[in-house]
Ligand binder design. Structure first.
Ligand SMILES: [Zn+2]
Length: 164
């Protein structure tokens, strides 16, 4: 198996564009309010797992609840194997927003197959929380950018001084 290529790819682009969309209304053009509500729940659950990947503090049971939600909704957004001589892949069964949600779940699975799911994280900077793809060699990145990293270490420094 290919091992952890720390590169941004189509799958991580899709997952991160979903996680980082400012407005899910705009991200899902023409979606009904119930679809936007489903998208919000789906995203909230994924974000819990991305926070877990970057070692953020989470409420007890939050990861299990998110995993449970994702398992439950996955049956509503099924994928089917499309097998060709050259290319194979998983395609959504449904069109519309449900198909889009299925693509997101397929992209997550794709990342996981390639060992890159733990690299999909949420920035640990309290004022940021942007989803990002960790390209460090040892999957140790916690911040989306050097700016967030220095902001967070400045804050930690100030807090230490306050505490001292
Ligand atoms: Zn950040």
């Amino acid at each position: 198996m290919e091992n952890c290529p720390p590169v941004v790819c189509e799958a991580s682009d899709l997952v991160l564009s979903f996680v980082n969309a400012e407005s899910l209304d705009e991200w899902l053009p023409g979606a009904a309010p119930s679809d936007v509500a489903a998208a919000t729940e789906l995203r909230d659950s994924l974000v819990v797992l991305l926070r877990e990947h970057s070692g953020c503090a989470l409420d007890e049971g939050a990861v299990a609840a998110a995993e449970g939600h994702l398992r439950q909704v996955a049956t509503r957004y099924p994928l089917v194997a499309v097998v060709g001589a050259d290319a194979c892949g998983l395609e959504p069964v449904h069109g519309g927003p449900f198909g889009t949600f299925a693509r997101v779940l397929g992209a997550v699975t794709d990342l996981a197959y390639r060992g890159a799911w733990p690299r999909t994280k949420v920035c640990k900077n309290d004022t940021c929380h942007t989803g990002f793809f960790d390209k460090t060699r040892n999957t140790s990145g916690l911040y989306c950018s050097p700016a967030c990293s220095s902001q967070a270490s400045m804050r930690a420094y100030r807090n230490r001084r306050k505490a001292a």
